[in-house]
Design a binder for this molecule. Structure first.
Ligand SMILES: [Zn+2]
Length: 253
């Protein structure tokens, strides 16, 4: 595929204007991972949002694919909500274990690495609490219609509540797949390949195959958090696995 080591990776978030609502899917790192050389170049969501002609105050809803720090870091800045007018929504399966203090305490107690588990739980709580306290967080069960044109689609596996979002507009469908594919160069051809980031590798692979097959059958658009920018394209059935056909990227004018 012409890639060299280390392979560069995009960190995409998707802003959808439904006509009546401005919906952001995932929120990037927010610069919170800048100490890690692998994340240099991240943390530019707000700059790019403004360049696209929008302000954080205009965002009505924020949907989270899962709790990856590269997907939720941008939800807060200095402990404040980055999107002060937005309702934050995520799968109940993804958030209940740390938003419920009893479940969080039990998780720490059961962990082999209590200090690390506590650090991660605190990271999640720090990010979600400003929204919870402001009455701006609402979890959801699987397969719920969130706003007209966008519904949640359970694709658990990468994490226990990993969620994709199906966007319909003017006869076209786009599936925002979060982290179903991390390394497009390998995983389209061989969707059985999982990464060490997948909490449940077998389930993650099954979901990847299911959604890629669905997108190929229906000729739906795919939008991936870690596919090369802008991360939007189609998949075609190939002799082996699938062929990724990226959208022809043009600057809108
Ligand atoms: Zn990710």
């Amino acid at each position: 595929m012409g890639l060299s080591d280390p392979v560069g990776m995009s960190y995409n978030a998707f802003l959808i204007n439904t006509g009546s609502k401005l919906v952001l899917i995932d929120a990037g790192t927010g610069g919170k991972l800048d100490d890690n050389p692998g994340f240099h170049g991240c943390g530019r969501l707000l700059t790019n949002l403004r360049a696209a002609g929008y302000t954080p105050e205009q965002v009505d809803e924020v949907y989270i694919s899962h709790l990856g720090p590269d997907h939720i870091g941008g939800l807060t800045q200095a402990g404040e909500r980055t999107f002060p007018n937005a309702i934050l929504r995520a799968s109940k399966k993804e958030t209940e274990f740390f938003l419920d203090p009893t479940k969080a305490a039990a998780m720490i107690a059961e962990s082999d690495n209590k200090a690390q588990t506590k650090t991660w739980l605190e990271f999640y709580i720090d990010i979600f609490e400003p929204y919870v306290k402001a009455g701006k967080f609402a979890d959801f069960d699987d397969a719920v219609q969130l706003v007209p044109g966008i519904r949640a689609l359970a694709t658990h596996g990468h994490t226990p509540g990993h969620t994709s979002y199906v966007v319909k507009s003017r006869g076209q469908t786009m599936i925002v797949i979060g982290d179903l594919v991390h390394v497009g160069a390998l995983q389209f051809e061989n969707p059985s390949l999982s990464t060490t980031f997948d909490a449940d590798a077998n389930t993650a692979a099954a979901q990847r195959k299911r959604i890629l097959q669905l997108a190929a059958d229906e000729h739906d658009w795919i939008a991936g958090a870690h596919l090369s920018f802008p991360g939007i394209g189609h998949v075609l059935l190939a002799k082996k696995g699938y062929l990724w056909v990226p959208a022809s990227y043009t600057i809108p004018h």
